[in-house]
Each structure stands twice: as structure tokens, then as C-alpha cells.
Write a protein that binds this ligand. Structure first.
Ligand SMILES: *Cc1c(COP(=O)(O)O)cnc(C)c1O
Length: 329
């Protein structure tokens, strides 16, 4: 298998559990609901970036580098997990975060700080405004950086989710009903690309539905193009001649009503899964995608006999900074 030619640094606790949601399935009167616990991947509270980082660090460690740099939002799970992986590998980590130096270090940014990352604030005077500018600054300071893109979404990142699909196919053997749908939060795209490529490679025949949490309908053309390009580049990397088209990527843009705007949809979804099954989502990604899935169930998108898997992508550290939007009084 061509996947083996790429080095992987072991960062994740795999396989992550595939769990049934019997109480919620019963409460909603079907469809049959499952959850894939990639919030339990390990690496400083877990999440979907762990699988991507195994391949990204596999590549990084082959280069003559001593520093990892990446960028994201203030509550970026990707930045937090990258900082943890860098610490584990004994590398320096520089993060470029959106906004200004915060009044409080809460949630993920607290963890970035605890993990020893050097944080640069994009909104502060004289600070870098792009990853390239940050790289230049780090080089001037005498370090040798390796750049990881936003969300870890390049071909290396996608390989993590190609592998994840192989893992799911193995787990599916032990359950009585085939999985008909996979629903998950999609943002920078490598999770979606990896799953779709993995489905082709390993013969998963269900429908893969990404819930866009950032790009709305107006960015559809752009996002579909990004997904297709990343899929084709990853396919080539694996020595496959499969070419992807727009139709291979099923993205629902109906719930993209502003990045990290937490409202009733997210609050109700987070409370419902927590109270029915004792499982925590996050307010920005998985809470929105799970809310979307609940709304789709209400609208009759799935039949009662189908089996819908929610791929939990992590993010729970962000629950804490959003407490005022999440508490019902
Ligand atoms: C990054 C992230 C996603 C989105 O994954 P992409 O591969 O960027 O599309 C979903 N959920 C959580 C919790 C994330 O941190």
C-alpha cells in the first residue's frame, strides 16, 4: 500500500472508539446513531489534528529543522495540538494567532501557553501578518522553521484521514448494520479529503457529508475547488490515478452562519448529547455539525433504518471560553 511510504510519527492513541448512541437513537426514534471518538485521539486533549500531525511531523523530522510554525484562530485546536506535538518531539513551536494579546488566556490559548509555544498576535503592531512573515522572523532569530498550513490541511494532513477510513472499515466489521452516512464538521478540508479518498481506496460505500462551519454558500465554488485540488494532489502522492470532481464532495453550507458564532443550534446540540450520552462536543465545530445533523434528522434527511455515524473531531477545550453562550439559565 502506497500509504506506507510516508513516515508517521506516533502521536495518537488508535483506534479511537466507535460507539453506539442508544439513548439518543431512542429519544429521536431513529435513525441508528453512532459516533467515532476522534475527540479521544490523545495529544493534549485530542481532536482530529492528531492524525494529520502524525504525517506532518513525519515529514518535518526528515528535514533540517528545529522549529514548527503554524497559524490559526485564537481558539485554534490545530495550534494547540501542534504545540503539543512539537513539545513531544523536542522542537520549538511558534504560533501566529488572530487578534490581539488577550485579556485572559482561556481554553486552547491557555494550553498553547502551558505547552510552551511562542505566540505571535496578528493584530498587534509590528507582529507578522502571515505564516511567511513569521517564518522570515523566526529565521532571522536563528531558527530553522517547518511550515504547517492553516488546519494542517495539505496532502500530508489528508493522509491521516485516509488511514482513519481504513480504521473505520475494520471496526465496521464488528457491527451488524452497515454505516450509510458519515457526518462531520468541515473547515480547512483535509479531513473531508482524507475520508473521501479513503472511502475510494477501502471500499466504503456510504455517503460522506461535511458540514461547513466557516465557508457559506457564497464560497462554495472556491471550497469545492480547494477540496478537489487537495484530493487530486493526495491521490497523486499515493501513486493513484483516481481524479476527483466537485460531485465527489458533499458539503452542506446551510449551517455556516459565521465562524465561531455560537447560538441556539450549537447550545442545544451540545446539551442534548451531553445529557443523553455524557459526551462533550465543542461550540465552534462539532457542536455546529452535530446541531446540523439533528436538524437534518428532524427534516427527514435519513430514514429510520439507516445508520448515521457522527465523526467527532474534538475541540472541547473551547467549551470554557464560550461558557456565557452555552449555559442555559
Ligand atoms: C480543525 C477542526 C475541524 C475541521 O477539520 P478540517 O480538516 O480543517 O476540515 C473540525 N472539528 C474540529 C474540532 C477542529 O479542530
Amino acid at each position: 500500500m502506497a500509504l506506507n511510504q510516508y513516515s508517521q510519527v506516533k502521536l495518537a492513541f488508535l483506534p479511537t472508539p466507535l460507539q453506539e448512541l442508544p439513548r439518543l437513537t431512542h429519544a429521536l426514534k431513529g435513525p441508528r446513531l453512532l459516533i467515532k471518538r476522534d475527540d479521544q485521539t490523545g495529544l493534549a486533549l485530542g481532536g482530529n489534528k492528531t492524525r494529520k500531525l502524525e504525517y506532518l511531523f513525519g515529514d518535518a523530522l526528515k528535514q533540517d529543522i528545529d522549529t514548527i510554525i503554524t497559524a490559526g484562530a485564537i481558539q485554534s485546536n490545530h495550534c494547540r495540538q501542534t504545540a503539543a506535538a512539537a513539545a513531544q518531539m523536542g522542537l520549538r513551536c511558534d504560533l501566529l494567532l488572530n487578534g490581539k494579546y488577550p485579556r485572559l488566556f482561556e481554553g486552547n490559548v491557555l494550553l498553547d501557553n502551558l505547552l510552551g509555544a511562542h505566540i505571535h498576535w496578528k493584530g498587534e503592531e509590528g507582529e507578522p501578518t502571515s505564516l511567511e512573515e513569521l517564518a522570515a522572523k523566526v529565521i532571522i532569530a536563528g531558527h530553522k522553521p517547518y511550515l504547517i498550513p492553516y488546519g494542517g490541511s495539505n496532502t500530508f494532513g489528508a493522509l491521516g484521514y485516509v488511514n482513519a477510513m481504513a480504521e473505520l472499515m475494520e471496526q465496521q466489521k464488528a457491527i451488524s448494520h452497515p454505516i450509510t452516512h458519515i457526518v462531520f464538521a468541515s473547515c480547512s478540508g483535509a479531513t473531508h479529503v482524507g475520508l473521501v479518498l479513503g472511502a475510494k481506496l477501502f471500499g466504503f460505500s456510504g455517503k460522506i457529508i461535511g458540514i461547513s462551519v466557516d465557508y457559506d454558500e457564497s464560497k462554495k465554488t472556491q471550497f469545492q475547488k480547494e477540496l478537489v485540488e487537495l484530493a487530486n494532489a493526495t491521490s497523486k502522492k499515493l501513486g493513484l490515478d483516481t481524479l476527483f470532481k466537485n460531485e465527489d464532495f458533499n458539503v452542506n453550507y446551510d449551517y455556516a452562519k459565521g465562524y465561531a458564532i455560537v447560538g441556539e443550534l450549537e447550545r442545544n446540540a451540545i446539551q442534548l448529547l451531553a445529557r443523553q450520552e455524557g459526551i462533550l462536543l465543542d461550540p465552534v465545530y462539532s457542536g455546529r455539525a452535530f446541531g446540523a445533523k439533528l436538524d437534518m434528522i428532524k427534516k427527514g434527511t435519513f430514514s429510520k433504518e439507516e445508520t448515521v455515524l457522527f465523526w467527532h473531531t474534538g475541540g472541547s477545550p473551547a467549551l470554557f471560553p464560550y461558557s456565557s453562550e452555552l449555559v442555559s439559565r
